[in-house]
Design a protein around this ligand. Structure first.
Ligand code: PEP
Ligand code: MG
Length: 326
């Protein structure tokens, strides 16, 4: 197996019928970026900036944040990096920052962008660190747990204000800033028509989206088999996001754990997803899988399965994958 993945490491993820897929990886610390070369990933589709806050006992100062982002960008070179602003709270509690122990439901509590907008000073410092680290390059930044379009607008305005400020102070700026929203709160899907024109890209966080769609705690092992990533509920929701993003001309990435599992990844490609961002160990296997698959027939079949109530997509997809020799 290891040999098989090594053989495809430097080859592009192109399906047998010629469809190019981007396989990016998720990362969170400076050392993770090394995995770009090891795995042959196309870039970092999700850089979880809160990891630096999680491994620190005090709030990381702007200089330390900036140094981390610069190291990551230097390591990535020409490969794109998408920085996610801090997703603190929920399953990633930071004692010196979080809402405290008084939250009964931290996953649905004062976390992520809610916390960042509530503590604008924190967000401004991070925005400056990201802008400074990206001087002379393109900065791609996305916001976690956006529930309504106004939150995205507010977060973007906050970063833009820091960009103007840095410019006035004569600092070198990024050549461009691209703004993205994570789609992981179901309510946002009902507002895609408003959100999409405001964004440069979106990224679906399937870990949180599934948790909220099924009302099933993502961290509770007892619930792990209470929902299936290949259930029609999830696949139909994802199909809708993919369709609406395509119609709006906004690139959509999937960045949850789902995309790192071969059959689930195949289902995503069958829905028309063109970019996955997955855990580094998944890059080799998923790339090998893409290169052995024919996507056009899978896409036609998926469309049919999702419109036929009662079809077990897992069974059908597995049969078709085996028939294709995937
Ligand atoms: C997700 O929710 O799917 C996601 C990618 O972000 P995280 O796992 O960091 O919440
Ligand atoms: Mg999430």
């Amino acid at each position: 197996q290891a040999q098989k993945f090594a053989a495809v490491k430097d080859l592009p993820a192109v399906s047998k019928d010629g469809k190019r897929v981007a396989i990016m990886m998720n990362a969170g610390l400076a050392d993770d970026a090394q995995a770009l070369d090891l795995t042959g990933a196309d870039g970092i589709g999700l850089f979880r900036t809160e990891f630096q806050f999680l491994v620190s006992t005090t709030l990381p100062r702007r200089e330390r944040q900036q140094a981390l982002y610069r190291t990551v960008l230097d390591t990535a070179g020409d490969r794109p990096v998408v920085f996610r602003t801090v997703d603190i709270g929920g399953d990633k509690a930071v004692p010196y920052l979080s809402g405290g122990d008084d939250e009964e439901n931290p996953a649905m509590g004062w976390r992520a962008l809610r916390l960042a907008l509530g503590r604008a000073g924190l967000m401004k410092v991070q925005a400056r660190a990201l802008l400074e680290a990206s001087a002379g390059r393109t900065l791609s930044v996305m916001f976690p747990m956006v529930s309504e379009p106004w939150e995205f607008a507010e977060a973007k305005a906050l970063v833009e204000s820091q960009r103007l400020l840095l410019g006035r102070q004569g600092h070198k700026l990024p050549v461009a800033v691209r703004y993205g929203a994570m789609i992981e709160v179901p309510a946002l899907i009902e507002a895609l028509d408003v959100l999409l024109p405001m964004t440069d890209f979106v990224s679906v966080g399937t870990n949180d989206l599934t948790q909220f769609l099924f009302a099933a705690d993502r961290a509770n092992p007892r619930l792990a088999d209470r929902y299936d990533w290949l259930s029609p509920a999830i696949l139909r929701v994802l199909r809708r996001i993919v369709r609406e993003s395509k119609a709006a001309g906004v690139p959509a990435t999937i960045c949850g754990e789902m995309g790192g599992r071969p059959l689930e990844a195949l289902a995503l490609l069958a829905l028309g997803v063109e970019t996955l961002s997955i855990t580094p160990t998944g890059v080799g296997p998923i790339k090998a899988m893409v290169r052995s698959a024919e996507l056009a027939p899978l896409q036609a079949a998926m469309a049919q399965w999702l419109d036929s109530p009662g079809v077990n997509v897992r069974t059908e997809l597995l049969a078709m994958a085996l028939a294709q020799g995937v």
